[in-house]
Design a protein around this ligand. Sequence first.
Ligand code: ZN
Length: 158
Amino acid sequence: MEGYSRKKLDLTGQRFGKLTVLKPAENVGNRTAWLCRCDCGRESVVKTYRLRSGHTSSCGCRSPQDNPQLALGLTYIDGTCVEMLRAKTVRRNNTSGIPGVDWLTVKRRWRATICFKGRRYYLGSYEYFGDAVQARKRAEEQLHDNFLRQFAQGTLNV
Ligand SMILES: [Zn+2]
């Protein structure tokens, strides 16, 4: 209709994931942008289309769904052995000499597991010892990387 300007989009107060829109920000390029506060307390400027598309739903901090355990796609088994992860000690009943790698007599395969934050995760069983060690090493690196990154971002829940 002539004379009616397009209603200006106002996202103020709306939530997108962990972000709450505080107020319009300076446009980024020719895109509308908003000053948002993340649940973690940080503020960031996000473009409208990124908010509405769900592209950006946090300031960049890791969401709980992205936690290291799940990011690894691991299966929870049992046990509490954070201390083992920390100390990298080999349990007395460990059959391989490598932490997190055990020989399964019945299956005749090597089982790789890892403990993190009090939980034990199953990494698969392998015909070859080297493969089990690799799986364990990969998981270790991923866990530690995630751990350190979260620590650096101050989003680690300890
Ligand atoms: Zn955040």
